[in-house]
Design a protein around this ligand. Structure first.
Ligand code: SF4
Length: 123
């Protein structure tokens, strides 16, 4: 179980085995750092420009992954049919740091639990 200073909750990653990618489904943005763009392009063995053209969009001047609509569900472009991340080894920093995001820091445990079954009480 992982915990992070200043957060009202802990994270139990064993929940990921059965959760079916709840954090990768639905409306929202996965923003990419320059390092993410380099790493993912190399991982996919394509040029950076091709990666940007095929898999990303601009949102308020920032680069974010595109979504797909599959069976009426909005999903990250890299979530596969088995609810696995196709780029897991090089997933973006934003994904790696979930659920310890500044935007979730002051939210109650009950509130953030709705986002992810791995978010649990630390006690
Ligand atoms: S990049 Fe991977 S971990 Fe991040 S939202 Fe997409 S499928 Fe999920």
């Amino acid at each position: 179980m992982s915990k992070n200073e200043g957060f009202n909750f802990c994270f139990d990653k064993s929940a990921c085995k059965t959760c079916k990618g709840k954090c990768c489904i639905g409306e929202g943005y996965v923003f990419l750092t320059k390092g993410d763009i380099e790493d993912i392009s190399k991982f996919l063995t394509i040029e950076k420009e091709a990666f940007l053209r095929l898999y990303t969009r601009k949102v308020n001047g920032k680069t974010a992954l595109i979504d797909l609509v599959v069976k009426n569900e909005i999903r990250c472009v890299f979530l596969d049919d088995n609810y696995r991340c196709e780029i897991y080894a090089k997933r973006p920093k934003q994904c790696k740091s979930f659920p310890f995001w500044e935007s979730l820091k002051n939210r109650s445990l009950d509130d953030v639990r709705k986002l992810c079954p791995g978010i649990v009480s630390c006690s």
